[in-house]
Design a protein around this ligand. Structure first.
Ligand SMILES: *[C@@H]1O[C@H](CO)[C@@H](O)[C@H](O)[C@H]1NC(C)=O
Ligand SMILES: *[C@@H]1O[C@H](CO)[C@@H](O)[C@H](O)[C@H]1NC(C)=O
Ligand SMILES: *[C@@H]1O[C@H](CO)[C@@H](O)[C@H](O)[C@H]1NC(C)=O
Ligand SMILES: *[C@@H]1O[C@H](CO)[C@@H](O)[C@H](O)[C@H]1NC(C)=O
Ligand SMILES: *[C@@H]1O[C@H](CO)[C@@H](O)[C@H](O)[C@H]1NC(C)=O
Ligand SMILES: *[C@@H]1O[C@H](CO)[C@@H](O)[C@H](O)[C@H]1NC(C)=O
Length: 629
């Protein structure tokens, strides 16, 4: 039943007209071929029922096995041969097939052609039992070869490919040939014979001769551990330096025609045969625990060393409570493919991982075992799982680090731009006190007369405040009317101002009667809540005795704005920014508030460059008038 299902499609072929469609070379036909042999070994003896040939009276159906995996390469100009694959897998026995009346026929299908042709036999191309010989082969021999085994009622066939390749001559450059791998345990010996020699011996007039090469160096070699006796190469004691590609060239004559062929051997040193060949599980082991977290994914690694063993299967698999993953129904567990990590002296380190999605508490109790097996033994080890407490350190660290960084940045920004930030804040959220009080002046400038500070107060301060910043400024000497009592007038003016700007001066004690009066009036007003603030401006550093009592008290509670000479001249300097902070807020976008305000300057001499011109003592009075639209 099984065989009938996988039987390859049959196609008709006539004995007289061996015309054949190009056989598929794809994996399908190949796999059919492989599956067939698998089934054959599974149900040995039943194959005769499988290869049924529905024979018609006139047409003979030929059972087609497709393309064989055995592909042969021959060097152009050298001898080569093909074995019919029908006999190479003990499917048929040539002797018994022949004696039971079955005959073997070869057909050639050159590349890029549709018709297969019967072989024209000659001295060069000949048939010997189940093999087809080319002595020598040339490039026209490339293509597919179909061997057909047939009697009057039954027919079966299989195709294989032959490649005729070119090669250099001086050293056997057999790059195109896949070398036969020959492992030799170190310190041990092995006898190498040239593959195919026994076949050539049957064709040759006399015994063929063999020449050996190592890495293109012709025998004799430099050492005494390798020796050629007859046609064989004896490696007495294998060492690392004897690794490499070996070539053997077989020369013979057939019917007096000289012929040759070359084979290559890849000789590698492998671990000695006296060492244990049982696979060793490196991980998991008792010491190593897999740290896992509930609800998370877990990956259990199995790392194994398979010692070098010729023709031994290597198996590595995971079990869950003694069951293989194939037999488990739920899919929370899966295995990765095995992967060779390292090869030293033929010993392979192989890794295979078990993946657990969403680890659950019962998994901690489960027995996850990694098992390995080869011809020499079996081994299994359990993976030790350890629950790892949830540590939010990474998340916390990142969060904390980010916050700290942000704070640092904000701190730096604040320190560099705090004045700007305050001004900005004030311009957005501050209130313009000039709408809410009845005062006449924004700033009253107080200074010691006849000093250096007078010039500063009257020209620089007043000029900027009036002409650039648009404040209404009161200067007693300018704005008071002659005739009144100085004390009353001073008190009255100070009372009608929003800010009292005191320019500190060393002469405060000696010549500062008026200034002291103003300061005292201002401080009293401030203390009584008269909507007045005192601002101290220091034009020059003051010495100790200049700090008279009033001033010392004022300095204790008020900040002092220091004039830094040239550095403070720019309107964008700290001095002016700090001063603006102390002065009443002016809303710039007045029109938005529905208010039109004009600053009319009676003199238009001021320049708006932002750089202070020293300016004369010309009397300006900025008049402030505001009104609703
Ligand atoms: C083929 O069959 C013959 C006898 O029929 C037997 O002597 C020979 O060993 C067989 N060969 C193979 C390769 O099985
Ligand atoms: C290969 O075939 C071509 C065309 O049939 C022929 O000219 C050529 O001589 C052949 N080559 C050899 C080496 O026989
Ligand atoms: C042809 O070969 C098949 C199987 O190999 C065999 O069963 C059959 O008897 C043979 N037929 C003849 C006429 O020899
Ligand atoms: C031969 O070649 C192999 C690999 O290319 C190298 O390891 C080895 O040393 C060579 N041996 C000699 C004798 O040149
Ligand atoms: C020879 O065999 C070794 C081990 O199998 C391999 O690594 C190396 O590539 C082979 N060399 C050649 C030329 O095929
Ligand atoms: C799993 O491995 C341990 C050794 O680590 C072994 O004792 C136990 O029997 C193994 N379990 C199974 C089911 O193979």
């Amino acid at each position: 039943m099984k065989l009938a299902r996988i039987q390859a499609p049959q196609e008709p072929a006539s004995g007289r007209r061996p015309v054949r469609e190009r056989s598929g070379t794809g994996p399908y036909s190949m796999s059919v071929f492989i599956i067939f042999f698998w089934c054959l070994s599974a149900t040995a003896g039943e194959h005769s029922t499988a290869i049924t040939t529905s024979s018609d009276q006139s047409e003979l159906l030929c059972h087609d096995w497709g393309m064989s995996v055995d592909a042969v390469r021959v060097i152009n100009g050298e001898a080569g041969w093909l074995f019919c694959p029908l006999f190479s897998h003990s499917l048929y026995n040539y002797s018994s097939a022949h004696s039971s009346g079955l005959s073997l026929f070869w057909y050639h299908l050159p590349p890029e052609q549709d018709l297969e042709r019967p072989i024209k036999y000659s001295q060069r191309v000949s048939k010997d039992r189940e093999s087809l010989w080319f002595q020598p082969a040339n490039e026209n021999d490339t293509g597919q070869y179909i061997c057909t085994l047939r009697n009057r009622t039954s027919c079966t066939k299989i195709a294989m490919s032959l490649g005729v390749v070119s090669s250099g001559t001086d050293c056997p450059h057999l790059v195109a040939m896949v070398p036969l791998t020959v492992p030799i345990p170190v310190q041990e010996g092995k006898t190498l014979s040239c593959p195919g020699l026994e076949h050539a011996a049957k064709m040759a007039d006399s015994a063929p001769s063999v020449t050996w090469y190592h890495n293109c160096t012709k025998y004799p070699f430099w050492d005494h551990h390798r020796e050629v006796k007859g046609d064989k190469l004896f490696v007495h004691q294998m060492g690392l330096m004897y690794e490499g590609l070996y070539y053997c060239r077989v020369s013979y004559t057939r019917k007096s025609l000289p012929l040759k062929f070359t084979r290559s051997l890849n000789v590698t040193a492998v671990s000695p045969s006296f060492t244990s060949k049982v696979p060793v599980i490196l991980i998991p082991n008792k010491e190593r625990k897999f740290h896992v977290r509930l609800g998370r994914e877990a990956k259990l690694v199995c790392r194994v060393t398979f010692p070098f063993l010729e023709n031994s299967p290597q198996a590595i698999w995971w079990t869950v409570d003694g069951k293989t993953l194939d037999s488990l129904t739920h899919t929370r567990f899966s295995e990765t493919n095995r992967r060779v990590e390292e090869v030293t002296y033929g010993d392979q380190t192989v890794v295979r991982e078990l993946l657990l999605t969403e680890l659950q508490r019962e998994d901690l109790m489960t027995e996850f075992n990694c098992s390995v097996k080869n011809n020499k033994g079996f081994s299994t080890k359990r993976a030790q799982l350890q629950e790892e407490a949830y540590s939010p350190s990474v998340e916390l660290g990142c969060g904390l680090g980010g916050t700290l960084l942000l704070m640092l940045v904000l701190f730096l920004v604040y320190h560099v731009f705090w004045l700007e930030l305050l001004l900005l804040y004030r311009s957005w959220f501050g209130t313009d006190e000039r709408y809410t009080d009845e005062k006449e002046f924004d700033v009253y400038i107080s200074y010691v007369r006849d000093g250096e500070e007078e010039q500063f107060a009257v020209s620089t301060l007043r000029h900027v405040l009036e002409n650039h910043l648009g404040y209404s400024v009161c200067i007693f000497d300018r704005d008071s009317l002659p005739g009144g009592t100085i004390t009353d007038e001073t008190l009255s003016f100070v009372g009608r101002s929003r800010r009292l700007l005191v320019v500190l001066s060393p002469g405060f004690a000696s010549r500062g009667t008026q200034a002291l009066l103003e300061l005292k009036a201002g401080l009293d007003h401030m203390a009584l809540g008269g909507h007045l603030r005192v601002i101290l401006v220091q034009y020059r550093p003051l010495k100790g005795q200049a700090w008279v009592g009033e001033l010392r008290r004022a300095r204790g509670v008020l900040a002092v704005l220091r004039w830094k000479g040239d550095k403070s001249k720019e309107l964008t300097s700290r001095f002016w920014k700090r001063l603006r902070l102390e002065l009443p807020l002016q809303r710039r976008k007045d029109s938005e508030l529905g208010t039109v305000r004009t600053y009319q300057s009676q003199s238009s001499t001021s320049s708006q460059t932002g750089l202070l011109s020293p300016g004369g003592l010309a009397v300006h009075k900025a008049q402030y008038s505001g009104g609703k639209l």
